[in-house]
Ligand binder design. Structure first.
Ligand SMILES: [Zn+2]
Length: 445
């Protein structure tokens, strides 16, 4: 046997051993430096601040009590206390450690009050934050601390509707053949709508302009955002160069136009915070990752446009009962006032002020009230059918429905996401035969 060869083998083995150990030794250097828990009304976010990018896996134990989410951090030590973590989240009962499979690992167990589909993703270090692992747990997480009364209040929050009367001040809007100003009639409709909304126990109104003055177009969505509005409706009257066109229409933001305009807007950093609206808190939390910010913004924009479409159908349905419609489907366009990414926003053209007949109608108090009532009914139906967590309408909302010709209980039930039996129970109906004009109370889901 060759001595050198044996030595060579030993040396090789040692080298292999060192190479095998090297990554393990290096990875064992990772550590959880701190843990932050942020409950918000609809989710709890848990952020693990780490020394290095996490190597992790997770699983849920939802078949046993307590419900648990288990996260294993490979070759990671825990350098922070878990005491009192998650105390102010309704969703998180306890955050603790458990025995990991490997000695170098850390196993974190999150005990939950309710099942939640976790979204878990790492974020790289940036100038403000170290490497992180973010755990989002969707579900009611509103703060547990504070007096019981405030929880009840939180649960039954009113939805805020921002009402934007178009034009104003030195901008009269369109002018009718007998001299009616658009700015004047739309303010009257907006005020009527506001008072109907304020009479509703589940809603409150915020008037973007309450008098005859002009508000900059870009400032209008911003004012709605400052008022923490859940919905934005802009009220206008149409005009054409000939007197014939007539009828109302409802407009929502066109996504394609919005994408490029929002993209350009995002580039102007001073506009960023006002544009991001509701998504802003999350974005602040994730540091300055532009792609994540854009993704969140897109999601927010998509869902608010979808909401606006859905709401516009309810409003069109209500309006078509009391006035002629110029367009019976929601119209898409890019209006400055509709560019709130965080809430459904739509624009109602209440009729053609350039049409002499509709100018008279728009001027009449009775028709203004009818228009306001139709818009109010549509918005209310939207919020009962698309309930926001912890709102009065989600918990107590019912809908008044007037039967139209061709209606059947099964169609109405399907449309409002309820059952024929539930409608019959709510209205003490013995049979399924409906009369046109009959009023039904539709129970909320
Ligand atoms: Zn207008």
């Amino acid at each position: 046997m060759n001595y050198r060869r044996i030595f060579g083998n030993v040396w090789q083995s040692a080298l292999v051993l060192i190479l095998t150990l090297a990554p393990a030794l290096a990875a064992a250097q990772n550590s959880i430096e701190s843990i932050r828990v942020w409950p918000s009304p609809d989710k709890t976010r848990i952020v693990f601040d780490l020394k290095k990018a996490p190597d992790y896996s997770y699983f849920t134990l939802y078949g046993s009590d307590p419900l648990r989410l288990v996260i294993d951090f490979s070759n990671t030590s825990l350098k922070t206390s878990l005491d009192e973590l998650g105390e102010d989240s309704l969703l998180v009962d306890l955050i603790r450690t458990s025995t990991p499979k490997n000695n170098n690992d850390t196993r974190i167990v999150i005990e939950l009050a309710a099942k939640s589909e976790p979204q878990i993703f790492p974020l790289p270090a940036n100038e403000s934050y170290p490497d992180r692992l973010v755990v989002d747990l969707p579900g009611k997480s509103a703060e547990r601390s504070g007096p019981a009364k405030s929880i009840a209040e939180l649960k039954d929050r009113k939805v805020t509707i921002a009402i934007d009367a178009g034009h104003g001040g030195d901008d009269p809007g369109s002018i009718g053949p007998s001299g009616t100003y658009e700015k004047t009639v739309v303010l009257k409709i907006a005020r009527a709508l506001a008072s109907m909304i304020n009479d509703d126990p589940g809603m409150q109104a915020y008037l973007i302009r309450s008098g005859d003055y002009y508000v900059d177009l870009n400032l209008r969505p911003q004012k709605a955002w400052q008022a923490k509005a859940d919905f934005f409706v802009s009220i206008h009257a149409d005009a054409f160069r000939t007197p014939q066109p007539r009828g109302a229409s409802v407009w929502v933001l066109s996504k394609r136009r919005a994408d490029s305009e929002v993209g350009r807007w995002l580039e102007g950093t001073e506009r960023k915070s006002e544009l991001l609206g509701g998504a802003e808190t999350i974005i602040r939390d994730t540091g300055h990752e532009p792609f994540l910010a854009q993704t969140l913004l897109d999601m927010s924009m998509d869902s608010s446009i979808a909401g606006a479409y859905s709401a516009s159908r309810y409003i069109i349905d209500e309006m078509s009962r009391i006035t002629k419609m110029h367009k019976s489907k929601p119209q898409a366009a890019s209006f400055a006032v509709l560019k709130s990414p965080d809430k459904p926003s739509l624009l109602v053209e209440t009729g053609f002020i350039s049409n002499p007949h509709e100018e008279r109608l728009l001027n009449s108090n009775g028709h203004q009230q009818k228009l306001a009532r139709a818009i109010y009914n549509g918005i209310r139906q939207y919020f009962v059918n698309n309930p926001l967590d912890n709102t009065y309408l989600a918990n107590h909302g019912t809908i008044e429905y007037t039967v139209k010709s061709g209606d059947a209980l099964s169609l109405i039930a399907e449309r409002y996401g309820t059952t024929v039996a539930a409608i019959k129970r709510e209205n003490n109906l013995k049979s399924s035969v409906l009369q046109v004009g009959q009023k039904l109370t539709i129970p909320s889901r």
